[in-house]
Design a protein around this ligand. Sequence first.
Ligand code: FEO
Length: 171
Amino acid sequence: MKLSPKIKKALNDQILLEASASNSYLAMATWCEVTGYQGAANYFYAQSDEERTHMLKIVHFLNDLGATATIPAIKAPVSSYKSLETLIKTALKNEQAVTKAIHKIVEMTQKEKDHSTYAFLEWFVNEQVQEETKFETILQKFDLLGRDKLGINEIDKYLASEATTTNEPAA
Ligand code: FEO
């Protein structure tokens, strides 16, 4: 099967988005760690690793088709945040942008009747639903548990417990 140039470009662009997400979550983890939110730090270190695996999935998909993935340069991510809540809001916005991009490629594959890439992207569509829900759930916790030191401490503990649970859809 041969990818159309348009879909090949879109998938390469997606590599950049996933790599940028990985980098951005690494910067978030670092900020959390030095700020003293160890649970959140662990959570975002794991999240950064996850994004790298997403990127690799696309790299392998392209390479396996002989389309040769293009490994992009990544811009330096934002390195400091006003609060943990702002950071989580940024992460959710990130994910919403990634979801949009994935949906756009899915629409392209439908238009071009590229069933293989369509099937490949199904995993990403499901993953994005989970990722957005994860960050929405964390954001809710600020209303439920509060934004004072005790509340944030509880949220940090929650993030620590979530850092180890990998709830990615099966590959
Ligand atoms: Fe791979 Fe969270 O987008």
